[in-house]
Write a protein that binds this ligand. Sequence first.
Ligand code: GUN
Length: 294
Amino acid sequence: MKIINGKETALTIRLELKEKVDKLKVSGNDVPGLVTILVGDNPASEVYVSSKIKACSEIGIRSKAEKLSSDTSEKELLNLVQKYNEDKNYHGILVQLPLPGHINEDKVIEAISPQKDVDGFHPISIGNLVIGKDTFVSCTPAGIHELFKRYNIETKGKHVVVVGRSNIVGKPIANIMLQKKAYANSIVTVCHSAAKELSYYTKQADILIAAMGSPEFIKGDMVKEGVVVIDVGINRIEDPTKPKGYRLVGDVAYDQVAPKSAFITPVPGGVGPMTIAMLLQNTYKAYLKINGMN
Ligand code: GUN
């Protein structure tokens, strides 16, 4: 069993990007810029956004954190997005989800210029992914694909079973793994909560991607020997023995599944850190594209 160390891989990617940004500076160029837009005061979203801003500053990406009150109107938010669509200092726009209930998320996502869609949530980005064109791919699935590359995991002709069908993870990772390209070219099954017997599918997986958001749902008897396990879940469960009163677990019962796995991502320290690394990579890519440097 080999542990896929996403924390270490993400750090490597961040250092590679830092070198690229340093080179831009040395040659007198502007640097990439990212604006994050947070509406309301969801504590988890605040933590995510501040980690993104911190990661930008560590590698020399200019960043700006827009924070709007929870009673911001949809129109005000759309106007702000439009302002950054036109602002040449910012190459990436990230609107942190979820948005308050009175704002239509789809409308806001569609307002972001596809050129600056570093989250890869715009229907144009998703459409391009499905038809195999170069595009912005949402950060968590892009991070999973990067882990396959960096750990040289054979995926061609393998049966990838994705559990979960979210727009952010399940659907895009299924589409990536279906592409006829390196570290993809897989046979893909997507399962979800309507499956009568989930283990019928998960037992067939050469590569299992768990992204349904149910703590420790995938048990040892639901996978075959030698499986590659990618655990996308980040669930808080109460634990009075911990200083914070909770601990983080994935969607996979790690202690049961790890001994049967060829490779497995831990939680925390697996897929999670890759998400931010991919956001930085997408921001750098947006900068290159907007400046005709790619
Ligand atoms: N909310 C949870 N994950 C994400 C993400 O990757 N991007 C944005 N914008 N919001 C999120």
